[in-house]
Each structure stands twice: as C-alpha cells, then as structure tokens.
Design a protein. Structure first.
Lengths: 514, 321
C-alpha cells in the first residue's frame, strides 16, 4: 500500500440503463493534495464524485480509500468514513443563526429542550481558524456565500473529514470571495485535508491545484501534476504562481484534453445573405455577461461556442426575454423593447431550450398535442382546435423529422431522447419564427438523430431562416455554423468565420481564456 | 435516462369508475328496496348536481396543477348576497347579475394571487375562503339575523324550483349544459389545451409563449362564477340563504375531481371523470343513508375514500425508467 495515496481508483465503471457513464477509470488522489477534476458535461466527473461520496454505487472496478476497498452505500456512510461534500447548492438554513445551523439535526436535547452542545465549541474553533468574522449568533442570511461555505466546511470538518469534495464552489462567488475561499482551501490543506476540487474555471486550477484529472466521455484522459501541465518538468523549478501567458497556454492544453481530437467534417456554407441584418446585439451586460456584441444575418447559422459556464445559455436567455440586461438589442432594425418570452416570440424569435425535460417537452401530452403549442393558430379553425389540422400538422413534422413513435397519440415522455428533441424542435419550427435559437440541440441524442437534426438546421438556413446554435460540442459548431462566436467567462473572445480547415487549436486557446 | 416517466393512462381509469358505479348500484338495489325509486334518484342528482357544476371548473384548475379551496365560501357568500339584495328591493335578474360579478371578483383575486404573485394555491384560496365566508356572515348580520329567509320576494324561489317540461329540475338541465361546455373547452379550445400544458410542464408552457397567468386567472374566475351561480341556485331552491351552507363543499369538489382521475400535480383529468366521480360519491352517500348509517360514520367513509383515491392514482401514475 502506498501511504501517500488516499484514494486509489482502478478500472472503475458505472453503467446506467443504456449509458456507460464511466468506462473503466484509473487514477490516484494523493493525501493532503488539492486534486482538481475537470471535464465537460457528461464527461463522467460528476458520476465519479457521486460514487466516491456514496450517492451512486459503482457497477465495476475498484475504489480504495486508505488502502481498503470502499463502496459506500449512502452519503451518510461516506461521511462517517471521512469523505464529505461541499455542494454547489449550500445546505444552510437562512432563517437560523450560525449556531443553530451548526447543530441542526444533532441538537443535544434534554426533556425536549435544546442544550448547548460541547461539539459546538470544536466546530466554532474550526470556523474561527478559517474565517474570524463569523459570529455564532449571526443570522445566516446576513452572511456572504463564501461565509456560508465556511459554515458548511466547518460542519464537514467537525465530523472528522479527511477528504473534502468541493463541487464548483466558485460558481456563484465574486472575485473577492473567491480569494477568501482559496485562503480557506490553503488552510485546510495545511491541516492535512485532501481536497477534490471541481471547477469549470480552468485558471483556478493553477492558483490552488496540485494535481488535475481530466475526464472525457466517461474516460480518464490524464492525471498530471499542475507544474507538469504548466510546462515544468519537476516541482522544484516551478514557481509558486504562474504568469498569465503560462496559465493561458496550460488552459489551452487542458481544453485540448477535455475536448479531444476534433474531427472537422466537411463544412458546407449556408446560402447566407450578408446584406440583411436580422439581429444586432450591442454592449449587452448583465450579471453573467460582459459587453456582448454580435450580429446575425439572414440565412446564416451563427454558432456560440465555449466551455460550460462561459455564458452561451445566458446569451440565449437574454435574447429570449427571460433574463434582464443592459444594452441594446435590435431585431429587424427595430430596437427590441420586449421583457418576456411572449414579447420575444412576437418579435420573431423562437428558442429550443437547453433542458428538454425541464423546459421543452410536455411529457404527458401526445406528440399531436405538443407540436402546435407555440402557435395554436396553426391548428385552429374559426376559433376552435381542429383535430384534422392537428393530425395533419403532426404527420407533417413527424415525416419531415422522421420521429420514431408508435403513432402521433403517443405521450412524449415515452419517446427516446432523440425523438423527444425532435418533437421540441418541431414545436419551435411550427412557430415559423425568423430567428431560431437552439441551445444544445443534440445533447443526449444518438448519432443518427444528431445527423438528422443537423440536416434540418441546414435546410432551415437555406430556406432563409436565421439560426443561432449554442453548443458545447465543438464538432457540432464546426460542422454546422457559418460564423462562430467564441465565449469565455461571460465575454465574447472572438467572432470568426468558419471554413473548411478551421483552426481548432486557435478556438481552444480562445475559449480557454488565452 | 433517469427521472420519472408517466404512464399514459388517458381515459383508461374511466371504465374502472363505470365498473365501480355499476357494482355500487347492484349492491344498493339488493340491500335497499328504496334505492331504485325515482324520488331517490332525483335526490341523488340534485345533491351531486351542485358538486358537478362547481367541480367542472375547479377540475380545470386542478389540471393546471393548482387548487381552489374557496368554492364553498364563494357559494355561501353569493347565496347571501343575492338574498340580501332581493330582500332589499333589487330586481331578481339584476341581483343575479351583480352576484355573479361579485363572485367572479373573488375568482380574479384568486387568479391574481396564485397566477401572478405565485402564492401557493392552498394558502391563497384558503385566505379567500375565510374572507368570503366572513363577509357572508357580516351581510347576514347587517340584515339582522344569522341567515336570510323572511321577507324574500315571492318570486325568489322561482329559478331554483323551475322544472323544464314540468318535470326536469333546472339544476339537472344546467349540469348537462355546463358539462357539455367544459367537454368542449377541454377538447376544442386553447384555454383547455393550455390548462393541460401548464399542468404538465409550467416552465415549458412559459417558454412556449403561453400566457400562464392569464389562463390561471380565467380559470379561477370561471370556478368562482360557477360557485356563485350555484349559490344563487341553491338558495333560490330552498328559499333561504345561510352563510355556512358551503362548508366542506371544497372537499367534496376535491374528492369528485380526484376520484374522476384528475391528477393533483396537474396535466391529466377530464370532465367525464368529474361526472363519474360525482356519481360515485353521490351513490356512496345515498347508500350510507339508505342503510341508516350515522352521519359521522359517513364523514369517516368520505375521508377514507379521498385517501384511497389519491393512493390509487399515485400507484398507477408513475414508473421509473
């Protein structure tokens, strides 16, 4: 047994019905290190974390913890063994004080009255050692997110935790708070606690990470020490902090590992009309977006590409009237005044949302009932729903998109992911909007359906519709789009024209923040 | 794929309900000689008629995934208001009109709190329930009593006791008309289709450009209108308005809808189910009466029925994929 290794993963697999989420993963987590885990959505990092923390059971391979086989059946069991999680969604109760939060669920009671707990002092000591500005009697809702995280961390440490998993802890923090969190992380490390750190912000790895493991498509692509990634052969010659250029280059290297080899397929330009500007976005800012500028022309497919969290979806939400913004958006030369989805639809925009289950399908309703919902007029006859028109419409789209279903009366919840997506797209197309936005149009869709959906998108552009595709799959973007907006951390990094031999390396360095 | 998938049952629970009704009728025919008499059937129909009138709109509200607990109180409020106005010289047709508008105001208020302010429907409509009932008691007291009976004009009972062709009570006629209208709304109108869509997936409905708030306000207004008109009808039939007549009406309506297969979380239900659900509860009460079972036992039975109906629905509605 190697004493330096606290978690040893060998051939770990996890299968869900129909999906292999982890395909045999091997790597070690060193004791007392900050070990970063990165990968795009669906890469398998969350699955790995869930197995480590007892939320999922593995289906194969082994996982050793402190040299012993470890297969926790519940989060509780993992916690009792010293593995705790700091979730992205904090579990603090805002209405209670710090003290009440710390003792929640383990109140020391006598005759039903709560007594001060001895364990509390220990937890308080931990909190003070991490952040001395937190008082016991402070209501938690007066604390910042970073301070709330400290409370959660202290709760974890009070249960004698030796591995702390932090799931995107910086996602909702301000820059200042991120500094404070990193200080906390360093203090934890000094106390000998192993940190497993998940983040979509790659540059953070070079500030606090010791090791980084990259996941892609359920496989472990590489586990390297941070100096190694940054280009230093051994830790001795490596400086404490890296300069910006080194970080940018190293981030690009990580992105390359996360995305893998991009097979650039034949890209066929759409018959775009660059004299007709349909959409113009000028200096748009909001909580997540910084100074967004771009234009969309008639018959064009515009792609938004960036890593998870880069702000692609947020651009879509602004355009579709869901989120507030400052700045100017013009549709068809007219300033857009709309403030909600109905207004956006009236202005001529329609969207296929990212989360099809949550925002797209009406699962209990039939295919026939789903398709006309964005434009009921298409099935109305003198003010009433016409079953004949509904059937005709459903048949038209089911044919056009080759939806595989028993019949048009089948409830959409029972279709496969690809077919559900086709129904959602059909619903959107039936709106007959001039500008069609598709957020992750082929996520969770099988290869055949993916190709079909791409074909439909190309046809639409050639018919004169303007399309915006938001995708975190680079091949989808390079196959489909005429121009590509590269996003990084809420900014537009660059807008480039697509071409047959597009420079994939350049794209990766831009989305990595270089 | 993870997550919950729902079994498409559509109307498939309806044959079961018909079966239950047939079994109940056979059983009651055997054990009670009075069951098959015309007078008994007329009693059942009059009783469940009010439930159906109110449940038809309340059912659509439930299909959107919401709830209206204020129907009973709005019914009582409307009966009192109507009686009060008629007693104090306002012509009956005008009083009916004003009462209907007043009732709808309660509904629009519910729709606003639930649809726009997004207050939990149980709480929002409970608040309305107390307000409407409180006002009903106040109006009765302004009139000088606990209920309004003496001094009503002679024509007051004409509407409620009207018989079509001299033998069909008006409430039965109305039930047929209202049920037909709601069947139509359910199948043929945007309002109906949007109700199902909202109950199925509110977020997707909003992103599809459906004006969710508007739909919810219209439905609550319809529900209150029907409750209000039922109040007018009921008080006109008995020639008396009392502020407490609507108590427990909301639970009857709830039971009728749930028995009829409407999902409490929304997205599924039908007016046909409401009719059958009402028939079951009508037969149950009638049967227990015929068998001479004390009122309090009947309440226990009713509560049990509600829970059984919900459990039956829960067990058949979802499968893990």
């Amino acid at each position: 047994m190697n004493n330096d290794v606290i978690v040893e993963v060998r051939g770990l697999t996890k299968e869900f019905p129909g999906v292999k989420a982890l395909k045999g993963v091997d790597f070690d987590i060193k004791r007392g290190s900050v070990h970063c885990v990165v990968g795009e959505n669906g890469a398998g990092k969350s699955t790995f974390i869930k197995i480590l923390t007892g939320a999922h059971r593995r289906t194969g391979g082994s996982l050793k913890y402190n040299g012993k086989d470890f297969d926790p059946k519940s989060i509780r069991e993992a916690m009792d063994n010293g593995i705790s999680v700091l979730y992205q969604e904090l579990n603090v109760v805002d209405d209670l004080t710090t003290e009440e939060n710390l003792t929640l669920g383990k109140e020391n009671t006598k005759w039903g009255f709560i007594r001060k707990s001895e364990g509390l002092n220990k937890t308080m000591d931990i909190i003070r050692s991490l952040d001395d500005s937190i008082e016991l009697d402070m209501p938690v809702d007066q604390l910042s997110v970073a301070q709330k995280q400290v409370i959660e961390i202290a709760k974890a440490l009070s249960t004698d935790c030796s591995v702390l998993v932090m799931d995107e802890p910086t996602a909702s923090l301000s820059e200042d708070e991120v500094r404070r969190l990193f200080l906390t992380v360093k203090k934890l490390k000094e106390q000998g606690i192993t940190i497993v750190f998940i983040s979509h912000k790659l540059s953070e790895i070079f500030e606090i990470g010791d090791y980084v493991t990259v996941f892609r498509d359920g496989e472990m692509i590489g586990t390297k020490s941070v100096p190694e990634i940054a280009g230093y052969d051994d830790a001795a010659g490596c400086p404490d902090t890296f300069d910006d250029a080194t970080v940018a280059e190293a981030c690009t290297e990580l992105v390359r590992m996360m995305i893998g080899k991009v097979i650039v397929q034949e890209y066929v330009p759409s018959t775009s009309d660059y004299s007709t500007k349909l959409l113009e976005v000028k200096n748009v800012n909001n909580r997540r977006l910084k100074n967004i500028n771009f234009e969309l022309y008639k018959g064009e497919i515009l792609g938004f590409y960036g890593l998870v969290g880069a702000g692609k979806t947020e651009v879509g939400r602004v355009l579709y009237g869901i989120d507030d913004y400052e700045g100017e958006i013009s549709v068809n030369g007219k300033k857009a005044e709309y403030k909600n989805v109905i207004g956006a639809l009236d202005a001529g925009l329609a969207m296929v949302p990212e989360e099809r289950r949550v925002d797209g399908i009406f699962g209990q309703l039939s295919i026939r009932a789903n398709i006309p919902l964005m434009r009921m007029d298409s099935v109305m006859n003198s003010g009433l729903i016409s079953r004949i028109k509904e059937n005709r419409l459903a048949d038209k789209f089911m044919n056009m998109m080759s939806v595989a279903a028993k019949d048009r009366e089948q409830a959409v919840a029972f279709l496969s992911g690809g077919n559900q997506q086709k129904v959602v797209i059909a619903k959107c197309l039936n709106r007959d909007a001039d500008i069609i936005m598709l957020d992750e149009p082929t996520r969770g869709v099988d290869v055949g359906a993916k190709e079909e959906i791409h074909e439909i998108i190309r046809d639409l552009a050639n018919e004169g519709k303007s399309i915006i595709v938001f995708s975190s799959e680079l091949p989808e973007i390079t196959n489909l789009c005429d121009r590509i907006v590269l996003m990084h951390d809420g900014n537009v990094g660059e807008i480039m024209k697509n071409q047959k031999d597009v420079d994939v390396d350049h794209i990766m360095s831009v989305v990595a923040g270089g | 794929m993870t997550g919950k998938l729902r079994l498409p049952r559509f109307q498939s629970q309806l044959p079961i309900l018909v079966g239950i009704i047939v079994i109940m009728m056979i059983f009651l025919t055997i054990v009670s000689p009075n069951f098959l008499k015309a007078q008994n059937f007329s009693n059942i129909l009059l009783k469940i008629g009010i439930y159906i009138l109110i449940a038809s709109a309340a059912n659509l509200i439930m299909i959107t995934g919401n709830l209206d607990l204020s129907v009973g109180a709005v019914l009582a409020f409307s009966g009192i208001l109507h009686a009060y106005m008629c007693k104090h010289g306002i012509p009956i047709p005008l009083s009916i009109l004003i009462t209907c508008l007043a009732a709808m105001t309660w509904g629009v208020f519910n729709g606003f709190t639930v649809g726009k302010l997004r207050i939990v429907p149980v709480v929002a409509t409970l608040g309305t329930m107390y307000m409407a009932e409180g006002l009903a008691f106040l109006i009765a007291r302004w009139d000088g009593g606990t209920n309004i009976m003496l001094g009503l004009p002679g024509a007051y009972t004409r509407l409620g006791r009207y018989m079509l062709f001299g033998k069909i009570p008006i409430i039965i006629v109305l039930v047929v008309i209202v049920a037909a209208i709601f069947l139509f709304i359910e199948k043929k109108t945007k309002l109906g289709r949007f109700s199902f869509a909202i109950g199925d997936n509110r977020s997707a409905a909003e992103l599809s450009g459906i004006n969710v708030t508007k739909v919810i306000i219209i439905l609550y207004a319809l529900s209150a209108l029907l409750a209000g008109f039922s109040g007018i009808l009921q008080s006109s039939r008995v020639g008396l308005a009392a502020p407490n007549v609507g108590r427990m009406m909301e639970t009857y309506v709830l039971i009728v809808c749930v028995l009829g297969g409407t999902k409490m979380s929304g997205g599924r239900g039908s007016i046909i189910g409401v009719l059958l659900g009402a028939a079951i509860i009508g037969l149950l009460e009638n049967g227990l009466n015929l068998l001479g079972i004390e009122h309090f036992y009947q309440e226990v039975a009713r509560g049990l029925l509600l829970i059984i109906a919900v459990i039956a629905q829960k067990n058949s509605k979802s499968v893990k994929s």
